[in-house]
Design a protein around this ligand. Sequence first.
Ligand code: SAM
Length: 295
Amino acid sequence: MATLGIPQNTIEILRKYDFCFQKKFGQNFLIDPHVLERIVEEAGIGAEDFVLEIGPGIGTMTQYLCESAREVLAVEIDRKLIPVLGETLADYQNVTVLNEDILKLDLGEIAEKYNAGRPVKVVANLPYYITTPIIMELFESHVPLESITVMVQAEVADRMKAKPGTKEYGALSLATAFYAEAEVVGNVPPNCFMPRPKVSSAVVRLNCHKESPVEVHDERLMFRLIRASFNQRRKTLANGISNDTGLPFGREEVVAALEQMELSPMIRGERLSLEEFAKLSNLLTGEGGRKEPIA
Ligand code: SAM
């Protein structure tokens, strides 16, 4: 099978299968061999690696991954692409294609079944309509992940890397910092895709932490606090948390914890670092007498 990274080959296969791009699935296929090579290189894929690819499309990047990795598992939601992938990946014995929605799969089970629970590398040109849910699902699944190398909207890449006090800083920045170290490894213009997306793109590599960078007694509570403070971005942190009906903390309790941290009672969530959210969460739960989030 010819390399799909060459646009002419992509056009041919799309014509052969009379394929219509589905906007609802975020289908923008890569057609630039340099970008494809760069992604696989930046992901550091070697002969020992097991790779999970999310959304293989017609198999363009999958071909590159199969050339470098020990094994590739490609999860594609669009059933119309399954026969196409049967043809474009026919030369490779080290690939399995699953016709599934990545958000509905038990990723722990997948890692266990296909890679005996050993660390997985994720590589994808992500469908932009569900970038954040996919990233959060990968993080929160607690699947052993080595790295996640993904094409995302440039604006999402900025949010992942954002620092406290900037307008891009939010729950995604904090989740990324908690689970990984993020590095933008390249910017990709719209003309590298078919059809061209309306936004600019960037490739981000998330090197997943082996150990948590902060000590937090209750991870779930910390993320509930983070969400409460960014849901009401214009409010003070103390008001955001105490107004959240799913959280059992009154304003005074939050203000007292902030005072112990030598922070102003009027501070907004967007000013707090990951370390400070972890400390706030630990102070609010106390040593023994814990209060669980309600919802
Ligand atoms: N990897 C291909 C490439 O680079 O040319 C295609 C990338 S395209 C941006 C995103 C792909 O993800 C599409 O093939 C789309 O059908 C698939 N997709 C969208 N939502 C999905 C989901 N929930 N689960 C699995 N695949 C999905």
